[in-house]
Ligand binder design. Structure first.
Ligand SMILES: [Fe+2]
Ligand SMILES: [Fe+2]
Length: 288
């Protein structure tokens, strides 16, 4: 099929992709505001029986080792804290692609999910150590969703093409995202941005998804978040958690230093924390 033919099919697939639930959309909108009310966020979670039962299942799993089973969100907050409850709710956003194999990227089930979770935790930890005001929950959500375009593109990326792209990069040192565009007429960041627009995600998250590989192209207002995700994404890959054939096949934009000037010791601490948190969260959510 020609490049233009594939492009049309990709557009159709993006338009037909499942929408996040109304609760998930509301949750994202709330935490993307410059100031949000945690009680309002928790009230949204409580009204969704699916999300509530997911959270209670996780809280009652062996990972939390509670003495008595918990059967309401309010009790869960008492035992594990409101932030942790919110984070488990946010993790629900990535459950629809958790077990998807990204054949086009030669990624096994959960490879993308693990990469996204590590990016999310790294983004959250980096923002906690930065003087720039970005809510850790927003950073976490942007990390979870930054590669959603891959979920659509994978089905259009023949295995041979992904190998060809990877070989070309090794020979020429080019970015994987450029090869994606050559092969499919669209890259995963653009495909993700189209999905994000259909899902009506807030502008900050649309920008993080669209520009996470070329953060200098983002609107000024969104650059702190976009550079944060750019950095967190590279850290996840440096730790060996990519999502297939494209691992470490992207370049780091040195302009991140205009926003974040972490020392190598701080980066080391973030990597340590990511490893620790990732093991905990995978144990809690991964089996749920
Ligand atoms: Fe990416
Ligand atoms: Fe990524």
């Amino acid at each position: 099929m020609s490049n233009t033919g594939i492009r049309k099919d990709i557009t159709r697939a993006i338009q037909n992709a499942p929408l996040p639930s109304a609760t998930a959309t509301r949750l994202i909108q709330l935490i993307s505001q410059t100031e949000y009310d945690l009680d309002e966020v928790l009230a949204v979670i409580k009204m969704d029986t699916g999300m509530t039962s997911h959270i209670l299942r996780v809280v009652n799993s062996a990972a939390f080792n509670l003495l008595k089973p918990v059967n309401t969100i309010d009790r869960a907050i008492v035992y594990i804290g409101a932030w942790e409850v919110l984070e488990i709710g946010l993790m629900n956003l990535s459950s629809f692609f958790r077990d998807k194999k990204l054949t086009g990227y030669q990624a096994e089930a959960r490879d993308l999910w693990r990469h996204d979770l590590r990016t999310a935790i790294a983004a959250r930890e980096l923002t906690r150590r930065s003087s720039l005001e970005i809510y850790p929950e927003l950073a976490f959500t942007a990390g979870l969703l930054h590669d959603i375009g891959k979920i659509v593109l994978s089905d259009f990326f023949p295995l041979a093409a992904s190998r060809q792209a990877s070989d070309l990069i090794q020979q020429q040192g080019a970015d994987f995202i450029i090869q994606e565009k050559k092969l499919l007429g669209i890259n995963h960041a653009e495909a993700g941005a189209e999905l994000a627009a259909i899902w009506k995600l807030p502008g900050s998250l649309q920008a993080a998804i669209h520009h996470h590989h070329h953060p200098s192209r983002a609107d000024q207002i969104y650059k702190p978040l976009v550079f944060l995700i750019h950095l967190a994404d590279i850290l996840a890959m440096m730790d060996g958690y990519g999502s297939g054939v494209d691992i470490l096949q992207y370049s780091l934009d040195p302009s991140y230093l205009d926003y974040y000037n972490f020392s190598s010791d701080e980066i080391g601490l973030v990597q340590f924390k990511v490893e620790e948190e990732f093991q905990k969260m995978e144990a809690k959510i991964g089996t749920g």
